[in-house]
Design a protein. Structure first.
Lengths: 304, 217
């Protein structure tokens, strides 16, 4: 067991030594992998940030409940009380018809014209904020139907269309990121596979001798697998570094832009766990690429 | 140790290298395979090392039918025999010690044990002190000795060599043959393919003469 471990460690270090022996070619391979991984990774960071930013937008899910004209303000208060007791409602604000008219008078500039009206044309209104659990497109839709069925409620208005569009868009973008990630991950496998293939062609004589003295395919393959692991690790580190640089470069201008819209937004980079996961994935892809190439091409080398 | 039973070998290009070869070599024997080039000497050695498979007939090594050795078992099978090549087949980018150690490395022997045995093997072929040299810094004769050290380091019971003296002048060739003879004296079965009939006259060893893919003597 100890010998086995020592031999693996030796092969691991040996393969590292071999790939740094050709620094330019190695750097190129690693750079290609880094670029391929950085792109989906960066898109994902942007997507995560969009999600975080829009998560605070559940105020946007407010429902405006317009009561029928016959219902007076006592009735509005009673209904508000009833709604507050529902588990899917977080808060209810009552805007009485008079309040609404006063506000309208102030903000619209139609003061004089409004004086001509004999009665207040505005109904009593309740502004309902759903609970956090119910702040989903489905939850608010259910709430809307349920409130709409209550007595003295004229209409319930819910402007969720744009939120739903945003969610749908984020959904599409998530898919796009996954697809891009999948394709570029495949390209990492191909790049490593091709590099390993060339490496094997260059060392054909050596592999032949190894086989002649009784090396198994598995033994012969091992250093190539470790090369693949090193390429993957290098590429993964490169990708994480590239994304960190991109985030740092974008954070300030983005924060300034957000501030102009009155938001304290700031771009959040890769978390440690995500970075580790990316390294794991890129090491896995490097291993896979080298495994495919090495298994195929080492089997093909037969001593004559 | 080696038993060929009506072995035929036809290569993919249609050339018939062996046409019904049968012979036995006992354990501990010292045998020369001789004949002109193209007589089938190399084919026999390739069949022994499982580099090639017979088209027809059977080859037994150490009482094992080689047709029962599947491709996954070839590596382990080769670990049990030592092979010396005319062109040495050394790795030129590695020092002599690493070249000699190769069979032990692939067999998974511990490093400390390997160093000890590399020195012992180099001592046996008279190259002690050349561990750190690169193969190309050595003479052809010395390179062949490195090849022999590599073939015997795993202490195989069978040692085969294909024209091991092919590139050497007569004096060096004789030295190399004497080296093989010494390994035979300690019990190793040695089979050497060579066309150098004058050289083998100096050894009291069995001769298997091939001609046109058949054993003629």
């Amino acid at each position: 067991m100890k010998t086995w471990l020592a031999r693996h460690a030796q092969t691991l270090v040996g393969s590292l030594g071999r790939i740094v022996h050709h620094p330019f070619a190695t750097a190129m391979t690693i750079a290609v992998i880094a670029v391929a991984l950085a792109l989906p990774l960066f898109l994902n960071v942007l997507l995560q940030n969009t999600r975080t930013a829009t998560a605070n937008w559940n105020q946007a899910f407010e429902l405006s409940v317009y009561m029928s004209k016959k219902a007076g303000s006592d009735r509005a208060e009673a209904l508000a009380k009833q709604l507050r007791s529902r588990p899917d409602v977080a808060a209810v604000r009552v805007i009485s018809a008079d309040q609404a008219l006063a506000e309208f008078r102030e903000s619209s500039g139609f003061g004089k014209a409004l004086d001509l009206l004999e009665t207040n044309p505005l109904p009593n209104t309740l502004v309902v904020t759903p609970s956090v659990a119910a702040s989903t497109p489905e939850g608010t839709a259910t709430l809307k139907t349920s409130i709409g069925a209550l007595a003295d409620v004229d209409t319930v208005q819910l402007d969720t269309e744009w939120v739903q569009r945003l969610h749908a868009m984020l959904e599409v973008l998530t898919r796009v990121v996954w697809l891009t990630g999948g394709l570029l991950g495949l390209s990492v496998v191909l790049v490593v596979g091709n590099t390993i293939r060339l490496d094997i062609l260059n060392r054909q004589a050596e592999i032949e001798v190894m086989k002649l003295v009784g090396a198994t395919d598995g033994f012969t393959r091992r250093p190539f697998l470790y090369s693949g692991v090193w390429y993957g690790l290098g590429g993964g580190l490169g990708a994480v570094l590239a994304v960190a640089i991109a985030v740092t470069a974008l954070d300030k201008p983005l924060a300034r832009l957000a501030l102009l819209y009155g938001s304290p937004f700031h771009l959040e980079g890769l978390r440690f766990g995500a970075a580790v996961r990316i390294l794991g994935i890129s090491v896995g892809l490097g291993w896979l690429g080298s495994w495919i190439a090495a298994t195929r091409h080492i089997r093909a080398v037969e001593p004559t | 140790m080696i038993h060929f039973d009506q072995v035929h070998k036809r290569y993919a290009n249609g050339r018939e290298a062996l046409a019904g070869v049968s012979f036995k070599i006992e354990q501990g024997e010292f045998a020369f395979l001789t004949g002109h080039s193209g007589a089938g000497k190399s084919s026999i050695l390739k069949l022994i090392a499982l580099i090639e498979r017979p088209t027809r007939g059977q080859v037994f090594i150490d009482n094992q039918n080689t047709s029962a050795v599947k491709s996954g078992g070839i590596a382990r099978f080769r670990q049990s025999i030592g092979v010396v090549f005319q062109d040495h087949k050394l790795l030129h980018d590695r020092p002599v010690a690493d070249n000699v150690a190769l069979p032990l490395i692939v067999a998974g022997i511990a490093r400390r044990e390997i160093d000890k045995r590399v020195r012992a093997a180099l001592d046996q072929v008279g190259l002690l002190g050349k561990e750190k040299s690169r193969p190309l810094e050595l003479s052809t004769g010395e390179q062949q000795r490195v090849g022999i050290a590599r073939a015997i380091i795993a202490k195989p019971a069978l040692l085969i060599a294909d024209e091991p003296t092919g590139n050497l002048d007569p004096d060096l060739a004789l030295e190399i043959m004497q080296l093989f003879s010494r390994f035979n004296e300690v019990g190793v079965t040695v089979v050497i393919a060579t066309h150098d009939v004058h050289l083998i006259e100096r050894f009291d060893a069995r001769r298997i003469v091939l001609e046109g893919g058949r054993v003629v003597a």
